[in-house]
Design a protein around this ligand. Sequence first.
Ligand code: BES
Ligand code: MN
Ligand code: ZN
Length: 504
Amino acid sequence: MKITVARGSLDDVKTQAIILAFCEGEKTLSGPAAEIDKKSGGLLSDVIKSGDFEAKPSQVLVIYAGGFKPAKRIALAGLGKRSELNLEKIRRAFAKAMQHLRGLKIKEAATAFDADLLPDKKEKVVAAMAEGAGLGLYQYTPYKTVKQDDLKNFLQLEIVARPADYSWIQDVVQKTNIITDAVCFARDLVSAPANEMTPGILAAHAQKLAKKKNVACRVLEKGKMKALGMNALLGVAAGSHQPPKLIILEYTGGKKGEAPIALVGKGLTFDSGGISIKPAEKMDEMKTDMAGGAAVLAAIKAAADLKLPVNIVGLVPATENMSGGGALKPGDILKSFSGRTIEVLNTDAEGRLILADALSYALKYKPEAIIDIATLTGACVVALGEEVAGMLGTDDRMIKEIGEAARATGELVWELPLWEHYHDLIKSDIADYKNTAGRMGGAITGAAFLSKFVGESPWVHLDIAGPSWTTKDRGYIPRGATGVPVRLLVEYLRQYSARKQHVH
Ligand code: BES
Ligand code: MN
Ligand code: ZN
């Protein structure tokens, strides 16, 4: 959903509903609410006095505005206490208000920017309003046998801006629309069932992105992988009828020859576990095992649309992990693209196998930094819960910067250690490495394994097994695919390219 910006003020719009966000426990109204209160003869202060609307976080109340001309309804959205206000609460409030209005089958709404909310962060406040509204209305509908038109989101939000604010608000909203589009693109890819999101279909989506300016796509096929010796990726693919693809997307928004950032995303379009098969319960969720790959495609889409002055190479090894006759067997040994050998003790630890080859391949680009994104381990979900990604890496500066991007976007990460002794746990008796070290510290040993394939390059691994999918609605993240960590990646790339511009 695109959010639009118009010049004007809320008391002279003509729309079905106005959204106003409030802080809890305040006697005097501020910003656009104060103006509307005055124009409507105290409509809002009456409601607040009545106690029917306390403005608790995510609370929504729709009131009918009587003789008030600009809109029949006013949706009051709660932000909680001003002292506890943050961007996340703004995102949620706008998501909840929009979801509520959609429930009333409303097609158009308007809101305005309140300069008193987090006054030192006005651009971020407007971005949060637009993100909350845009992301909160997301629905995955292509497979519902009803009139598709009825499922579509017709609810439009217009942000009305005073002439003095119009141009910066327009700029922020336009950029935010690009980012929410990219997040919804990732959500669509992840939500698609595995029979409709094969490695080939994922590659076709990447190829479509190459229509954008400065984006090129190449897909390495099985024959090429064989010639290159990518036996770790090929090993995982061997149990499936679907041919594997190594998707390579290059975005060249930066200077010619400037070293790129490499984004490497796990693209398991279905993970049955292979011969080390997973239990039936919730196996369906393993259609989401390409969420890291989807995030890479979406981040490059956003970078291209935002025209970020940076070079990026995206690598997505894509395959299924099945248990066909050719499948890997526990105990098999593979010679990876790097030349190092891997003993496969558990065929369900397949993500690290395909990433090993993709990470080694990334080194060909002499990247400035490598970020890999993967639904790698259930252990990470046990450690950090379902809403937080694990972060491990070799570069303190990248870790700090990614942590900052995470806090700015609300896509949370927490660092886990990669101390020396963990590396001993993935040594094999008869090969260079083994692909599992058992359950203990599973998120860490998974990352320790990946670290063997990144050479000297600064590298950070994000384990998104928890936050890539949610079984409950969470404000602007409706249940299903979350699109995490697309916003984090785009924020990191924006900051990175801004720093680069500064230096030159
Ligand atoms: N794709 C899974 C990890 C996963 C689990 C993602 C739950 C999302 C939700 C991964 O391939 C896997 O199976 N990992 C194993 C590793 C183990 C065998 C060392 C795991 O976590 O059990
Ligand atoms: Mn697995
Ligand atoms: Zn997996």
